[in-house]
Design a protein around this ligand. Structure first.
Ligand code: DSN
Length: 499
């Protein structure tokens, strides 16, 4: 490939281009050692550059964050937590993890942070088990005057273990915007808990706090969970806290989707989960724009239970990813991040407004956060899957999503979920959102479900469209993207990318 050699031909300043030089050197090196992998990475850079990324859970991390992960930290085991390890030689990992913890605490104004979870799903599992251990195992040990579970008899331990499986988790239903890990039957959370869920108001599709309260009173969950993957509105965490207190539940918020909006101080007061929850779980790579990973924030009372994510649930931490998390937290502490977070929401609102002006049906008739959920079945007679395929064919990536009372089921779906975090990182603003709304609308309006060859009925998987409409959409997208280059410092000319 010779990417670095080509870049250096113009004699750029090394000091001003450290990230680019490191990135290109790494690609050139990979090309020598593993050409197929290098080729796939280059292809992925090209794919991301040439696509309008509207996936609500994705973003573009900085080159600095990406580079922070590529080093020898990956070689180190460091089970335990800072200054309390089960392995020798962890003093440098202590420094890195303690720095990430400290930055996370400052950024979110939290009592405590735990930055080891490898993903949001892992963060939820660490939180769930830690909470159950605090609620069930700790009091049982105290009552038996023991300090450790290994001191319990087989019978004593079995009694506690059985209690674990009798606890209830109350979270938002998957088809109403909740996450798989919030008690879906397809996920381990519904097997470790008796999972119960709250839905949305049938007419407005907003959270019905009265219903949540009624269910909580009836079910007495150990954990009340707020947070979502596909809910376009804000949650009043003060009400959820009240409900949790009334029934004696631990209040957990999964802020994976909106962590960037909390960090950027867009979500304040009753919409800021840190002020109300006992435990807040998150990912670091969605609106927060860091490396792929998870983390947990909690009050002092939960600290020792979250810090035991390993050994409770996790394997060894990933120190290289913790280094990148530290960097991402630092980036989010920069005042420019607040402007970014505000723009994410302005863009989502502009996208929603422009779609609604064309009479596109949106779940909840708009948005307050970073995501928009279109009912494509009702508006255009298309399944979510057919709409997703159409978008892919013009280089727009967005994912199909269930909507409340989805007529097409969880595979084909009736919705398309759009998010604005990634395009906002590319620099797009309200006027681009309006253009995107027009492209989407023209595309969906011109499409018809294909005929299912087996049944002769409209297909839930595919739609057909006039090729001229498709080509026009492709050209408009390519033109728009050309004004918002992605990682412009990484120059890939045709002769350098030929592998
Ligand atoms: N896959 C992420 C999302 O789309 O919400 C969370 O698991």
């Amino acid at each position: 490939m010779g990417l670095l050699k080509k870049f250096l031909e113009n004699k750029p300043s090394v000091d001003d281009n450290l990230e680019t030089i490191a990135y290109l050197a790494s690609l050139d090196n990979l090309q020598k050692k593993a050409p197929r992998i290098a080729h796939a990475i280059i292809e992925e850079i090209q794919r991301q550059r040439n696509s309008l990324k509207l996936i609500a859970s994705e973003n573009y991390s900085s080159l600095a964050v990406q580079l922070a992960m590529g080093n020898l930290l990956t070689d180190k085991y460091a089970e335990g937590h800072p200054h309390h390890r089960f392995y020798a030689g962890c003093e440098n990992i202590d420094t890195i993890e303690a720095e990430a913890v400290s930055l996370a605490k400052t950024l979110f104004e939290a009592d405590h942070a735990y930055v080891q979870p490898h993903s949001g799903a892992d963060a939820n599992l660490v939180a769930f088990w830690g909470i159950l251990i605090k609620r069930l195992e700790q009091p049982a040990l105290l009552a038996l005057e023991k300090t450790n579970v290994s001191q319990l008899s087989k019978e004593e331990y079995e009694k506690i273990r059985l209690q674990f499986s009798q606890q209830k988790l109350l979270g938002m239903a998957l088809d109403c915007g909740g996450h798989l890990t919030h008690g879906s039957r397809a996920n381990v959370s519904s097997k470790m808990f008796q999972a119960v869920s709250y839905g949305l108001d049938h007419r407005t599709h907003l959270i019905d706090y009265k219903e949540v309260r009624d269910i909580a009173r009836r079910e007495k969950p150990a954990i009340l969970l707020a947070g979502y993957s596909a809910y376009p509105r804000l949650i009043d965490f003060s009400i959820m806290r009240e409900i949790a207190d009334e029934v004696g539940a631990t209040f957990v918020v999964d802020m994976a989707h909106f962590a960037g909006l909390v960090a950027g101080k867009v979500l304040k007061g009753v919409y800021n989960p840190i002020l109300y929850a006992d435990v807040v779980t998150s990912t670091s790579h969605k609106t927060l724009r860091g490396p792929r990973g998870g983390f947990i924030l909690c009050t002092e009372a939960y600290k020792e239970f979250m810090d035991k994510g390993c050994p409770h649930v996790l394997g060894g931490p990933l120190p290289h990813v913790m280094a990148a998390k530290a960097l991402a937290f630092r980036e989010a502490l920069d005042p420019s991040f607040s402007s970014y977070a505000e723009q994410i929401v302005k863009n989502a609102k502009a996208l929603a407004q422009a779609l609604m002006a064309k009479k596109v049906h949106l779940i909840t008739n708009g948005t307050d956060n970073h995501l928009v959920l279109i009912d494509v079945q009702r508006t255009f007679g298309l399944s979510g899957r057919a709409a997703e395929n159409l978008l892919s064919s013009v280089h727009m990536t967005a994912n199909r999503n269930s909507i409340p009372q989805d007529p097409n089921g969880p595979w084909y779906c009736a919705g398309i979920r759009l998010g604005t975090a990634a395009l906002t990182t590319r620099g797009m603003k309200e006027q681009e959102m309006e253009k995107i709304a027009t492209i989407l609308y023209d595309l969906f309006k011109a499409a018809r479900p294909s005929e299912d060859p087996k049944t002769g009925k409209p297909s839930l998987a595919k739609a057909s469209i006039d090729e001229k409409v498709r080509e026009r959409a492709k050209n408009e997208i390519a033109e728009m993207l050309s004004s918002f280059p992605l990682y412009p410092e990484i120059v890939l000319s045709p002769e350098t990318i030929a592998v």
